[in-house]
Design a binder for this molecule. Structure first.
Ligand code: NAP
Length: 397
């Protein structure tokens, strides 16, 4: 029997996708089955020529005939597919053992869910999928016996610190756990005087002090909505009530999260802030492989600080925590409004400090029924997006 494992990387041209390929490059036991991009045809071409996957998907379809011609000229064996449905096909294909779900935003929901329903080992970076469909997603994994390994560094840390490292933790194991602590760096505006936040630019917001990431998650880190989404994600992934999850600011981003046990013990996972660490962990779990990341030198690191977050500075974090407690459709409306608001901020159509106001108004005004099916989730998502866009045009007047 071969030890080689086949992998589909959904979102291979993104920041997490590229880090995944970097880990695979150093670990040839992983074979690339499919790579996907939305519109970055140049990078997808380069990746196909280098990794020779069976399939490549260009989900927008734009530029597909030119890309197919370039693949032919490069004598690349990869077959090119187009459209969103093809993402699901390469996620659930029988030949695939592992799926890296690294598309950004709600656009990744259907393909991430398809991988789970097909019983794959799913490395979940696409937190928005879980925020939108948490109960459905975890129930599908239980039904299909899919293994979900969180790739968000915080949830990967918690996964490593929990008894028997698993998602969908059994309730008897959870009795040993007092609380889960999510750490967050506080982003680029942790110490910026609040009166200056009105005029911050997308470039400033995307300049994260510790992590190199895509633009959407970078803005989410600057508002700390990223931690709000992660708060919801943690509740679904580990079946914990919101009251048992806490957030601490830790600017050094060395301790990636912690689990407090009833006997007073605290287990934490530490590493240099580089996504190749949780990716390597997820790929090899329950074994370990090299990630290519430098070993942590704690003596050289200096003091590690922890403080409570300032909710007045970070209203998006408060909104995320409130949506976790409210449950139902609140996380869906929150996520949809956030995606629209972040895009508007990146396009120069919404001030940074108005992102939270917009999301708060959408969550308040969009009632959603219990998200028990994909159709209900998509309907709630759509209504929240429409309202968010209308509010931006009117700028809340
Ligand atoms: N970056 C990190 O360090 C990090 C850490 C933890 C969690 N995450 C999570 O991982 C996910 C990916 O983040 P990222 O930073 O890697 O994002 P990114 O750099 O923006 O990459 C996003 C990927 O998704 C593809 N994509 C974008 N829109 C799409 C659509 N409508 N349909 C299908 N594919 C689409 C992109 O293709 P094109 O390149 O063609 O546009 C790209 O491959 C997010 O959910 C994020 O929250 C990221």
């Amino acid at each position: 029997m071969s030890d080689s494992q086949s992998i589909t990387i959904l979102g291979s041209t993104g920041s997490v996708g590229q880090s995944t390929l970097a880990v695979i490059e150093a670990n040839p036991q992983y074979r690339v089955f499919a790579l996907t991009a939305h519109s970055n045809t140049q990078l997808l071409l380069e990746q196909c020529v280098h990794y020779q996957p069976d399939y490549a998907v260009l989900s927008s379809g734009e530029g597909a005939s030119e890309l197919a011609e370039q693949l032919r000229q490069a004598e690349c064996r990869t077959e090119l597919l187009t459209g969103a449905d093809a993402l699901e096909e390469v996620a659930r294909a029988e030949e695939v053992d592992i799926v890296m779900a690294a598309i950004v935003g709600a656009a990744g929901l259907a393909s991430s869910l398809a991988a789970v329903q097909a019983g794959k080992k799913v490395l979940l970076a696409n937190k928005e999928a879980l925020v939108m469909s948490g109960e459905l997603f975890m129930a599908a994994a239980q039904h299909s016996k899919a293994t979900i390994i969180p790739i968000d560094s915080e949830h990967n840390a918690i996964f490593q610190c929990l008894p028997e490292s698993r998602t969908g933790v059994a309730q008897d194991q959870l009795r040993q756990v007092e609380k889960i602590v999510l750490t967050g760096s506080g982003g680029p505006f942790l110490n910026t005087p609040t009166q200056h936040l009105a005029s911050v630019t997308p470039e400033q917001a995307c300049r994260h002090p510790k992590w190199s990431m895509g633009r959407k998650i970078s803005v989410d880190s600057a508002t700390m909505m990223n931690k709000g989404l992660e708060y919801i994600e943690a509740c679904f992934l580990f079946s914990v009530a919101p009251g048992r999850v806490e957030v601490l600011i830790h600017p050094q981003s060395i301790v990636h999260s912690m689990v407090h046990y009833v006997d007073g013990s605290v287990l934490a996972q530490m590493a240099n802030p580089d996504m190749r660490v949780p990716i390597a962990h997820g790929l090899a779990w329950p074994s370990r492989i090299g990630s290519g990341v430098n070993f942590l030198d704690l003596a050289a690191e200096g003091p590690l600080e922890f403080t409570h977050p300032d909710m007045d500075r970070f209203p998006c974090l408060a909104l995320g925590m409130a949506a976790a407690s409210a449950g139902g459709g609140a996380p869906i409306a929150l996520n949809a409004a956030n995606e629209v608001a972040v895009q508007a901020f990146l396009d120069g159509r919404l001030e940074f400090i108005r992102i939270a106001d917009l999301i708060g108004e959408v969550v308040e005004k969009i009632p959603c029924e219990a998200p028990s099916s994909l159709a209900i989730i998509q309907d709630c998502d759509l209504r929240a997006r429409i309202l968010a866009k209308e509010l931006i045009i009117k700028q809340f007047h």
